[in-house]
Design a protein around this ligand. Sequence first.
Ligand SMILES: CCCCC/C=C\C/C=C\C/C=C\C=C\C(=O)SCCNC(=O)CCNC(=O)[C@H](O)C(C)(C)COP(=O)(O)OP(=O)(O)OC[C@H]1O[C@@H](n2cnc3c(N)ncnc32)[C@H](O)[C@@H]1OP(=O)(O)O
Ligand SMILES: Cc1cc2nc3c(=O)[nH]c(=O)nc-3n(C[C@H](O)[C@H](O)[C@H](O)COP(=O)(O)OP(=O)(O)OC[C@H]3O[C@@H](n4cnc5c(N)ncnc54)[C@H](O)[C@@H]3O)c2cc1C
Length: 675
Amino acid sequence: MADGGGEPDQLAGERATAQFDVDGMKVAWAGSRHAVEVADRMARLVASDPVFRKDTRTMLSRKELFKDTLKKAAHAWKRIVELRLTEEEANLLRLYVDQPGYVDLHWGMFVPAIKGQGTEEQQKKWLPMAYKFQIIGCYAQTELGHGSNVQGLETTATFDPSADEFVMHSPTLTSSKWWPGGLGKASTHAVVYARLITEGKDYGIHGFIVQLRSLDDHSPLPGVTLGDIGGKFGSGAYNSMDNGVLRFDHVRIPRDQMLMRLSQVTREGKYVHSDVPKQLLYGTMVYVRQTIVADASKALSRAVCIAVRYSAIRKQFGSQDGGPETQVLNYKTQQSRLFPLLASAYAYRFVGQWLKWLYTDVTQKLEAKDYSTLPEAHACTAGLKSVTTSATADAIEECRKLCGGHGYLNSSGLPELFAVYVPACTYEGDNVVLLLQVSVVLHLVARFLMKTVAQVATGKQPVGTIAYMGNIQHLMQCKSAVNTAEDWLNPAAIKEVFEARALRMAVNCAQNISKAPSQEEGFSELSPDLLEAAVAHVQLIIVTKFIEKLQEDIPGPGVKEQLQKLCSIYALHLLHKHLGDFLSTGCITARQGALANELLGKLYAQVRPNAVALVDAFDYTDHYLGSVLGRYDGDVYPALYEEAWKDPLNETVVPDGYQEHLRPLLKQQLKLSRL
Ligand SMILES: CCCCC/C=C\C/C=C\C/C=C\C=C\C(=O)SCCNC(=O)CCNC(=O)[C@H](O)C(C)(C)COP(=O)(O)OP(=O)(O)OC[C@H]1O[C@@H](n2cnc3c(N)ncnc32)[C@H](O)[C@@H]1OP(=O)(O)O
Ligand SMILES: Cc1cc2nc3c(=O)[nH]c(=O)nc-3n(C[C@H](O)[C@H](O)[C@H](O)COP(=O)(O)OP(=O)(O)OC[C@H]3O[C@@H](n4cnc5c(N)ncnc54)[C@H](O)[C@@H]3O)c2cc1C
């Protein structure tokens, strides 16, 4: 369309300048050709089904939105059964339906909690019902008064040996379960976390399967109070989810509904703890944190796809002599804000793939009763969840600004994406609380290494993602050899300064903590610095995993070259952003920092002709993107114009309320002016 400056062919032109094979990049992004094919098939299946339309979602009332979510979930299940979809296909289909709902918690937390914490017998009993949706489950851990502090939960499960039952009770207002998704209206069952009390002794938090609603008419069972906790941030967005409140008034459940893989209560009421570490109680959270890291790249890539395509369409200002207006994507400021986000999307994708591998590896070891890698899995999932979700939430908001005024419209898709995404910084562990978990590990290792630095070559070496800390003698005194901007293209040069920065920050913290009257006081006082040290460590993991990815065989003309540029951009934009860390720890000089920035500018210029193709490689349908600004065909302006007319305000030409409020006001002012 030539009308009004919209130029859909603009994107075709952009695609023609790509210097790499987009199909090859799709494979690198998805992980395999098979993954591209399945994702593509499921995305198209959803996009072509009218039940899954979501273009008017932000205009629905809460009740309409919730009902629409129930309809979509039931329809999705019907299609999964009819088409006999595999688990992989079904997960993707649900992903592309793209509407948060009770099914996320049923499959994402209820089923994994039973798998991870239930005995074989319990799994045999409950999982088939859950798999067939004969019951719907949620994960009820957080309470009104306690979320982060799991050990502080108040709900009690008191064993009554006379009846061979547990009595579930909410002793205070603050013990009300508060937040669990799917609890408010949909779930029939929950895995409830409560303090186990038997023989008069409190054994701390354990999981219990509790039926909440009748399977005949869905009404709450006697002694169970249930409801939704109310509207949440943004229109549409996470309001499709029935986050709920739950109170128990002495509700009885059979003893065998305590999840007994980790510990048991015998018929006589004896508490028995098996040889597995009690931290496995937190296993479901580790699993979900790992999936959240993979999801960060999805949310970020969606926002970046919208912002890149729209920036190629949008034009502002011409050359001095009245020439055509410039695509905003050509502005260096737009590139320096947008391309690091594009690089971050790829970085998070690859670290997410690695974390999935780590999680699978740890799970296999746990099955073989090898618990040695559990702390590594906890620290990596907690740290990566924290860093990737915080950065992604900020990045979605930045993409909204990169789209100017139109980014603020619901039809851009960005406000809803932000509203759905931003609670990821809080759920599954507040991001600050999780980073403090990482810093505990770093502090312990740094303290140990400082004490044993002389014997470090012979002492116990740190392994896994903290292995670099074992290289303390070199990393504490090394100086970067970078001498030209291009020297920063060397992955070894990048890795060395990221390792040195992370280690020096951890050691500085440990030294300062050791000067405090007690370790606890020191830890508390230094906690802001500890957070920064944890961020530096996690950023190092992301950079390292990107570099390692590039050591793999990556087929397709030009694909690896583009990824190398993105990897450099990812690392160097962090170096630029955290220059203070790198300078104050003496890892680089001011000149080397300036050289890194010089190279960044050059890399942005090299990415520019590939930008649209790099977001095409995410392979998102227009349905999934849900944005008039991010349309594949670039036909933005007619779509924006058309979308506006769908707003309920435009159903009448003269607005409701005119007769009561506008007309009398106007008439009165007219009368006054005539006096
Ligand atoms: C594909 C499907 C996806 C489905 C869902 C997808 C996306 C999500 C979508 C929507 C959101 C939906 C659901 C959201 C759900 C929730 O939010 S559920 C509730 C989540 N709650 C939390 O995350 C609470 C956060 N708090 C904690 O995890 C812990 O309490 C904390 C880590 C803060 C530890 O507290 P602390 O009191 O210090 O420690 P403990 O005494 O409890 O434990 C101390 C030792 O245990 C180690 N440890 C802690 N956590 C773990 C773990 N997860 N794994 C292994 N080990 C762990 C800790 O390091 C200590 O070890 P040492 O004693 O030092 O050796
Ligand atoms: C959309 C959404 C969905 C959810 N779904 C579920 C669900 O399905 N099931 C479920 O059980 N829960 C769920 N939750 C609850 C969620 O897990 C908790 O909200 C989360 O763990 C944070 O706990 P909190 O709310 O107690 O925050 P708080 O811990 O009260 O945090 C408040 C502030 O205190 C700070 N803070 C807390 N502790 C420390 C500390 N030790 N040091 C320094 N600062 C600290 C935090 O950084 C934060 O700034 C959900 C929450 C949301 C928002």
